[in-house]
Design a protein around this ligand. Structure first.
Ligand code: GLC
Length: 398
């Protein structure tokens, strides 16, 4: 682990960028040369294991581009002068995108607070967090059904996941080019509707995604704790109530046959595709112990679904869309393993969590800090010196 920890620190330092008063980390210098929302939360969480001040700077740069309506954009183009192969996407804005990503910010701030117990940083960032989560709770839930919607697959952080094939009208077997074309068309439609979330969702893409909502539940609970630390019992009660309402709505609208499925459209039609998303309710603690045991034994430990030589593949092996090298359609990602690890610990499955940690470390040792990995052979794919691998330093149960 010490060797991996040193490599990780080297990557975080090499991928660090400074501009004016801000500091941030690019996920990979060759493939992802900007700042991304949930990546920065992962960086902050990881950085708490090295240097708290750097973890705080990562969050401050991320919050600095918050929109007036509260949205925090999923990409910040701090420096467009460096040559890059990264595609130019028209978001209707110059220096940021106009969509968001899984709201891991409260989690990252809570992790920072856990390490140094310093309320002044919490006080500084709390108004931005309040504004962001309020935006998600209101603008993304126009019918007040207590599920938070996304208006583009990229808001899930899993660009080409097969969960979005049905809403995008794509077949299960496809290539990345076809998928990107559809998503870019959607961006153009989002520009047309001025990224007005209720309007864009109603007209073009209306998905309530399981991980986004599970992440929301966990983050709202931590935001409530942060509010409590600042002495705002009223805010704490509000965020707790909203977290309860989302958990309840997830059970009501997403659960079928022991599995939580993302939904689409106004009728909340279940998208019955098994991806790693089915394990995120463990992270949000919305399953009973019995339900969790069933989920883990029937699906996670099932060799025909998710228990490969190098678990956990992003998509179940028995899905027609499964592709071991297909970006979010099959490979193993360390970020996914981090969420599942934390979820398993919530239910006391520490032996399985340990196996996931061991296998994640093996992947990094065997193939380096790659973006994602073949779940059978462990071969690394995608970006190099990718920061998500550093999350292994946070798989820290004894
Ligand atoms: C890819 C991933 C997304 C991530 C981004 C930067 O688009 O799908 O989750 O935020 O790369 O790493």
């Amino acid at each position: 682990m010490t060797d991996i920890k040193q490599k990780c620190l080297r990557i975080l330092l090499n991928n660090r960028r400074k501009i004016k008063d801000f500091q941030y980390t690019v996920p990979s210098h060759d493939s992802y040369p900007y700042q991304w929302l949930w990546d920065s939360c992962f960086h902050a969480i990881t950085l708490t294991h090295f240097n708290i001040a750097d973890a705080k700077k990562e969050i401050l740069s991320l919050l600095s581009k918050q929109f007036d309506n509260g949205l925090i954009p999923h990409m910040i183009y701090w420096d467009k002068t460096r040559p890059t192969n990264f595609p130019i996407i028209k978001w209707g804005k110059e220096d940021t995108s106009s969509i968001t990503q899984p709201p891991m910010i409260a989690y990252a701030v809570w992790t920072i607070y856990q390490k140094d117990q310093n309320k002044s940083f919490v006080k500084k960032v709390y108004p931005s967090l309040y504004h962001f989560y309020r935006y998600l709770l209101t603008e993304r839930d126009p019918h007040e059904n207590h599920l938070v919607g996304i208006m583009n697959p990229d808001e899930s952080g899993e660009d080409n996941s097969p969960r979005f094939d049905l809403p995008l009208d794509l077949p299960p077997v496809q290539n990345l080019k076809e998928n990107t074309k559809k998503r870019l068309k959607l961006v153009a439609q989002n520009v047309e509707c001025k990224f007005d979330a209720p309007f864009c969702m109603r007209n073009f893409f209306w998905v309530k995604d399981v991980p986004f909502n599970a992440i929301m539940v966990t983050n709202l609970r931590l935001l409530a704790k942060l509010a409590e630390k600042l002495g705002s019992d009223e805010d704490a009660a509000y965020f707790t109530k909203e977290a309860d309402a989302i958990s309840f709505a997830m059970r009501r609208l997403m659960l079928g046959g022991g599995i939580f499925y993302s939904t689409y459209g106004e009728a909340y039609e279940k998208i019955k595709v098994k991806t790693w998303a089915i394990f995120t309710p463990l992270f949000a603690k919305i399953l009973s112990q019995k339900e969790a045991e069933k989920l883990v034994s029937n699906h996670l430990l099932n060799k025909n679904e998710f228990w490969t030589k190098f678990p956990v593949p992003a998509t179940s092996l028995d899905e027609p869309s499964f592709d071991p090298s297909g970006f979010w359609r099959g490979p193993t990602w360390i970020g996914v393993n981090w969420f599942i690890y934390k979820g398993l610990l919530n239910y006391g499955f520490s032996d399985i969590a340990k196996q996931i940690k061991k296998s994640s470390l093996e992947l990094l040792q065997k193939s380096g800090f790659r973006e994602y990995f073949d779940p059978f052979t462990g071969e690394g794919r995608g970006a190099h010196n990718f920061t998500w691998g550093c999350l292994v330093v946070d798989l820290d149960a004894p």
